[in-house]
Design a protein around this ligand. Structure first.
Ligand code: NAD
Ligand code: ZN
Length: 381
């Protein structure tokens, strides 16, 4: 089958790989109908996620048709159209029973399979992902959800990650009625977080990025204010001035770590040298949010250590919340929001590319070329 494979930092290619097999009675094999490229794939493409092995296939956002099921699978049958949350979760452990699928510990005594994330290094299980013609889906009764017949396939695809992630970012912000929410990052996740913030009662939503085409999009899509941080010498002071000198009530980091070398940053009046894989957006979030405010982090930090001004956060009495999205927890709710027109996921898709074009698609998305917001891959049918 065709699959993208990782060859080393900034290097991927399209390969032929053996078809995946049922390895466990709880597995299913899915024929992929759509797969998306995510900002998280960019971190792993940059080589920032430890133990990413040559030959592995990325892709944690995909829909498909069930091709085969293991002997224990109850909820799926061959031919079902499914969307597959990016979390691989056992459904039975302490965390899964609390719907914290992103934190699955897999203590399921009947399983020899671990929890993880599709196509996201051996740090998160070493499973191949869905940027391929077929993919193996462990715990097939837990993650996959049948796509409702009235539901658009592209909307379903975006429910596997960016919609629930943006929504959870807003939820973790503990937004109170009338709060001012600043979202750092106008990528797919930030766009969804901005739109979701209104659903939690925000009174004002401001999105910060430097890519004008994305700011223009989110201004219309999420009916929010936008700020281009490159137009301001001190973005933290500018955000404070915009918010009665207090700072926003809630800041959301929808950016994550950066691969762009060493540079000097001034945070809270202190100059620090930042490492590759560093964290400008989270610094700005901690610095600009008002005292006793909340910083909600969904941006991914691949390296285990990043420089974060914890002393500033302590002195300001901040609440810091962060997690991988617990995708399945939100699906029934989000399907209703999409049906009601409160969220319009597929509107963020700017590029639809055959799987064979995956290499160029990664470079385009990484370099933010051709006004790309979200790029999806279509395997040959
Ligand atoms: P993306 O790369 O398309 O968007 C990131 C945006 O941030 C870009 O528009 C970029 O210009 C902007 N940006 C860069 N530096 C900035 C800064 N200092 N301040 C403000 N904006 C800045 O990525 P995406 O798909 O939207 O994903 C965003 C983040 O969310 C990534 O880190 C991704 O790994 C993470 N993510 C997390 C989860 C989760 O479960 N926690 C799920 C999906 C994605
Ligand atoms: Zn993703």
């Amino acid at each position: 089958m065709l699959a993208m494979t990782y060859r080393g930092p900034y290097k991927i290619r399209l390969d032929h790989k053996p078809m995946p097999d049922i390895e466990h009675p709880n597995d299913a094999i899915i024929r992929v109908t759509r797969a998306a490229i995510c900002g998280s794939d960019v971190h792993i493409f940059h080589g920032l996620v430890p133990d990413t092995r040559v030959g592995s296939t990325f892709g944690h956002e995909f829909t498909g048709v069930v091709e085969a099921v293991g002997s224990s699978v109850q909820n799926l049958k061959v031919g079902d159209h499914v969307l597959v949350p990016f979390n691989i979760a056992c459904g039975a452990c302490f965390y899964c029973t609390k719907q914290l699928f992103g934190n699955c510990d897999n203590t399921n005594p009947n399983s020899t399979v671990g929890s993880g994330i599709y196509g996201y290094s051996h740090t998160t299980g070493g499973y191949d992902g869905g940027q391929a013609e077929y993919v193996r889906v462990p715990f097939a009764d837990v993650g996959p959800m049948k796509i409702p017949p009235d539901f658009n396939l592209e909307d379903a695809l975006l429910l596997t990650d960016v919609v629930p992630t943006g929504y959870q970012a807003a939820e973790m912000g503990e937004i109170k009625e009338g709060d001012t929410v600043v979202v750092f990052g106008a990528g797919p996740v930030g766009i969804m977080a901005a739109r979701s913030a209104w659903l939690f009662g925000a009174g004002r939503v401001i999105v910060v990025d430097y890519l004008e085409y994305r700011l223009e999009f989110v201004k219309n899509y999420a009916k929010c204010e936008v700020v281009n941080f490159r137009e301001h010498k001190d973005i933290v002071q500018y955000l404070k001035r915009m918010t009665d000198d207090l700072g926003p009530d809630v800041c959301i980091d929808a950016v994550g770590c950066e691969a762009k070398g060493l540079k000097w940053q001034e945070i809270s009046g202190i100059k620090m040298k930042m490492q590759a894989g560093s964290a400008t957006a989270i610094m700005w979030a901690i610095d600009s949010v008002r005292k006793n405010g909340v910083v909600s982090i969904v941006g991914v930090y691949g390296p285990p250590f990043n420089t974060v001004p914890i002393g500033t956060a302590l002195n300001k009495g901040l609440t810091l919340r962060m997690n991988q999205a617990n995708v399945k927890r939100y699906l029934p709710h989000l399907i209703e929001h999409v049906r009601a027109g409160n969220l319009d996921p597929k509107a963020i898709i700017t590029h639809r590319v055959p799987l064979e074009g995956v290499v160029d698609a990664y470079h385009m998305f990484d370099n933010k070329e051709d006004d790309c917001i979200k790029c999806i891959l279509i395997p040959p049918s």
